[in-house]
Design a protein around this ligand. Sequence first.
Ligand SMILES: Cc1cc2nc3c(=O)[nH]c(=O)nc-3n(C[C@H](O)[C@H](O)[C@H](O)COP(=O)(O)O)c2cc1C
Length: 303
Amino acid sequence: MPKGSLISDIGSMQLESPLILASGILDENGYTMRRMLEEGAAAVVTKSIGSTERAGFTPPVVVDLGDNLLNAIGLSNPGIEHFKEEISIAKGIGKPVIGSIFGATAEEFAYLASRMQSYGADAVELNLSCPHVKGFGSEVGSDPSLVEDIVSEVKAKINVPVLAKLTPNVTDIVSIAKAAEKADALVLINTVKAMHIDIYARMPTLSNAYGGLSGPAIKPIGVRAVYDVYRETEMDIIGCGGISRFEDVLEYMMAGARAVEIGTALKTYGRAIFDNIKRDTIRFLESEGIENIEEIIGAAVKK
Ligand SMILES: Cc1cc2nc3c(=O)[nH]c(=O)nc-3n(C[C@H](O)[C@H](O)[C@H](O)COP(=O)(O)O)c2cc1C
């Protein structure tokens, strides 16, 4: 292994670095996903796809809070039937493409997962965590027995790794993580339920009133979730939430993450973010005399 190696693996998926594009950002289209892979992402996660086409909520669906974002897009997506082509295009350069799916029942998740696998997805990410759509997401992801059923049904249907993406909008994320223990890895965290008020209209700015906060403001919440789950379980963890610099990646990894997903920072730093973070991380590893990035996973955690 060369000094400063960034090679990481999640289940059977080998990643050239721990840096993955998060779901929902520049990933509803095969060409934009491919572009992110060409620009240095080790893998991409698709926009969350459901059984049928959804238009999502009416605007406004995003509030720009500087480096942070508040969104309630409403799981808009073209539906699984129309997504095959996008996966094949994204897979064109040979790096892993992770299919994100959402549903209301274990059967629906299992159906969507087998479709994603048949399209060639290298792993399937279960969105158990969208904070703003009734009947999906957080409501599903805060019920431990439903989480357990969904993960078991999906695992029984597909062979590629299953990633369970959890919500921070629960009292005890460790108990939800344990309910998802059959998954090959956990993704921690999705957005944090939040609100913005339009003071002139005297009402919430988003048409849905509630939205999900992302960006640097939520990083300490994500790092804490990773730390707690790493300490209490043996599961592989992918960290997510507020990552924009190499220091953020190292914080998540020292809290126990094997890899990370990056979303909102693309808005501020653009596509060069993957290569910039890789370069800075290699410099850090070399200056600290670390041969392989895996050595730092969980380094800050007392088990
Ligand atoms: C505009 C937008 C759309 C998103 N759509 C999805 C989605 O479809 N599925 C999902 O699991 N997460 C979705 N997310 C959440 C992100 O994948 C990520 O978990 C969250 O934004 C925290 O990471 P970040 O701070 O790096 O953005 C979305 C986030 C944003 C900002």
